[in-house]
Design a protein around this ligand. Structure first.
Ligand code: MOS
Length: 703
């Protein structure tokens, strides 16, 4: 393992280094980078879910003053085919889903672009569509792998026989809804071509979770050397995974800018359009079986999962992962099956896999506790594995039980009535519930590079250290924690360090995804800083510079590494209306060393709030007649507001794990949303005696 970092700035609640720029409005987001005389793009979206575009009549649109061009499948510049079908915008007449981009207007102003787009008449050869997800479909298929490269199915022993012969058993089907990522800042691309003749170059100001992955994808689509594409994204207003992979809007903005003779094209995706083509979380159907002995010791666990994908591109969410890793049991199975429907392709949304995949088994565990007459915390403790049940590797650290017991103490779990439907407070049934959280430590050794440069002003010790890496800060605190890590690795004050991120001209960095940003980027920063010190000593000269990659310490091969947590919920359910309130959420996490309590708490509380929103409020309603998500705005797609979350508390236990990275940290961006919905569903059962297995938990389901 690489030598642990000695924490000085790391571990402190350092204020956000980007905070001042953000609150004063001087931090440029993608749309706000100054470009001379930009043109504005507005897409035209398909009004049918399946078929072919037979004609695009743009005469009325082009007749408007200020319209520069109308792109259609018949006149758009050609892109590379077969690299990423999601990016093949306007490359064929085929309609794969309703809301697909089938034309685009570029105009002098956003208003004219919008008016002109409304005037474009598209004619279709319409074919019948099918957007119905069901476990009974006879065309379900088994994908080769699930996101990103996990085995599709796993099998150990004979879980069906274990179930048939079990003393205590639970079998139930659980469903999670379709959810759409809704970061505060909608997706935006500003594209500008500016190369010399015969050697084109493209600059994108983009709202992205990864400048280098985006650069590589765009370069491939336009058949350019990656160095001819520059992606700039110093500030990003959230993403939750939907900005982690490029979507059609990026390719479209770049295509359009190729038509505007050196003028930049701005494409700000609207909130409504975000429900069509920038990804979402697939709905899931999970059939869970738990088998146990009379003492609640699991003998068998299985989860058979059905979810959807699109017909033009496959995304298979790895929903079975938590079932594979969470509890000990000799006999175990997970399977994933997909229905390819006439819908846009699903993608990453905060803890893809772990988030929906923890709901079903953690509610099932609550049902098993009831069947065994055991406290649900005691049941989980009895099934704690001695090593990772999936890989057989030892855990680097696994403090799940400590999270459960510490959470129980803080939450006041000891005074909880054992039987459901025991507490009536006025017109409200009151109950409490618990569920586990987990998220793997993801690492990509060699993927991240960082450079350190010294800029001396006068004599030794008067200069500043510039630390550069093409990382992305979605609002998570990357600017800040990289400053802390760099200053400790250089053994200087954070005030002597300037971090530069969010530009593909900086050293190569992987996506801000999989809760792995700090691990990957931080490891590279530590490596570069240590080499810098080894090479130049404590008194470097002006311009001294060193670049290094994240080393491979081999720990990923030796250990199963993951973060854990326990979430506790109190709910109140109105006796007359079924209205559900969550007055209290508590999460206790074991996430290695916390680099910055201020930004970490914000990630965990944010994740839990999003989990509450998933449990009670959010659901994308796909109208099967039209193949369309009908509630595509904030008026109808309800996201938890402040009034919905009176008390969300996140805390953590001390955990010393030297194996994930030199900082000793584990990822925290996603674990907060894992298990929250199950804790709330379990609390609803404890309050009312009604077991809700289908999200979201709405009033009608508790009667
Ligand atoms: Mo996260 S869904 O890996 O950005």
């Amino acid at each position: 393992m690489s030598e642990p970092l000695r924490p000085q700035a790391v571990g402190t609640a350092h204020e956000r280094v980007d905070g001042w720029a953000k609150v004063t409005g001087t931090a440029p987001y993608a749309y706000e980078h100054p470009v001379p005389e930009p043109a504005y793009l507005r897409p035209v979206q398909s009004t049918v879910a399946r078929g072919r575009v037979t004609e695009v009549d743009a005469r009325a649109a082009t007749a408007l003053d200020g319209v520069l061009t109308v792109l259609t499948p018949f006149n758009a510049p050609r892109l590379r085919r077969g690299y990423d079908t999601e990016l093949e915008v306007l490359q064929s007449d085929e309609v794969w889903f309703r809301g697909q981009i089938v034309a685009a207007v570029v105009a002098e102003t956003p208003e004219v672009a919008r008016q002109a787009a409304d005037l474009v008449r598209v004619t279709y050869d319409v074919r019948p569509h099918d957007v119905t997800l069901s476990a009974d479909r006879d065309d379900l298929y088994k994908p080769d792998v699930v996101n990103p490269s996990h085995p599709t199915d796993t099998l150990t022993g004979d879980p069906d026989s274990a179930f048939e012969s079990a003393s205590r058993a639970v079998e139930a089907t659980y469903t999670t809804a379709m959810y759409h990522n809704n970061p505060l800042e909608p997706h935006t691309t500003v594209a500008l071509w500016h190369g010399e003749n015969g050697s084109p170059a493209l600059t994108l100001y983009d709202s992205t979770q990864g400048v280098h992955p985006l650069r590589d994808a765009v370069a491939a689509m336009f058949e350019l050397e990656p160095e001819r594409v520059r992606v700039v994204a110093p500030y990003v207003g959230g993403g939750f995974g939907s900005k982690g992979t490029p979507h059609a809007h990026v390719a479209l903005a770049a295509l359009a800018a190729a038509r505007t003779e050196g003028r930049a094209v701005k494409f700000a995706v609207t909130r409504q359009q975000m429900f069509s083509f920038v990804g979402y979380r697939t709905p899931t159907i999970q059939r869970v079986r738990l088998a146990a002995d009379v003492d609640g010791r699991l003998t068998g666990i299985s989860n058979d999962i059905v979810e959807l994908t699109s017909r033009y591109k496959e995304f298979a969410e790895q929903t079975g992962i938590p079932t594979r890793t969470m509890y000990a049991a000799a006999h175990r199975r997970t399977t994933h099956r997909l229905a390819a429907l006439d819908v846009s392709v699903p993608s990453w949304m905060r803890a893809p896999g772990e988030c929906p995949g923890m709901f079903a088994p953690e509610v099932a565990m609550d049902e098993l506790a009831e069947a065994c007459g055991l406290d649900p915390i005691e049941l989980r403790i009895r099934n704690e594995p001695s090593h990772d049940p999936d890989s057989g590797k030892p855990h680097s650290t696994r403090n799940f039980v400590a999270c459960l017991t510490e959470g129980a103490r803080r939450f006041g779990w000891g005074s909880r009535p054992r039987l459901p439907r025991s507490t009536l407070d006025g017109d409200w049934w009151v109950g409490t519930g618990v569920a586990g959280s987990t998220y793997p430590v993801m690492r990509q050794p060699g993927s991240a590079w960082a450079s350190v440069r010294y800029r001396g002003k006068g004599g030794a010790g008067t200069g500043r250290y510039e630390v550069s890496i093409g990382a992305a800060d979605l609002g998570t605190g990357a600017w800040t924690v990289l400053t802390q890590i760099a200053s400790d690795a250089l053994d200087v004050s954070p005030t002597d360090v300037d971090v530069r991120i969010g530009d593909s001209d900086l050293p190569r960095a992987p996506v801000a995804g999989g809760s792995s940003g700090t691990t990957n980027w931080g490891s590279a920063v530590v490596a570069a800083a240590r080499q810098f010190r080894d090479k130049y000593g404590p008194d470097p000269a002006d311009g001294d510079e060193c670049t290094a990659a994240m080393p491979d310490d081999g720990n990923g091969k030796r250990f199963a590494m993951a973060a854990y947590g326990a979430q506790f919920a109190e709910v109140r359910v109105n006796v007359y209306t079924g209205e559900i309130r969550v007055p209290r959420l508590l999460g206790v996490f074991a996430v290695g060393r916390v680099i910055n309590p201020r930004t970490a708490r914000s990630q965990l509380v944010g994740g839990m709030t999003m989990g509450l929103s998933m449990a009670l409020h959010e659901t994308s309603v796909l109208d099967e007649r039209f193949g369309f998500v009908v509630n595509h705005d904030f008026a109808e797609y309800h996201i938890a507001t402040c009034a919905d979350v009176p008390s969300v508390e996140a805390t953590w236990i001390a955990e010393d794990d030297p194996y994930p990275n030199p900082m000793g940290s584990k990822g925290i961006g996603e674990i907060g949303i894992v298990g929250t919905a199950a804790a709330i569903a379990n609390a609803v059962h404890h309050a009312t005696g009604v077991r809700v297995r289908d999200l979201p938990i709405t009033n009608d389901k508790v009667f």
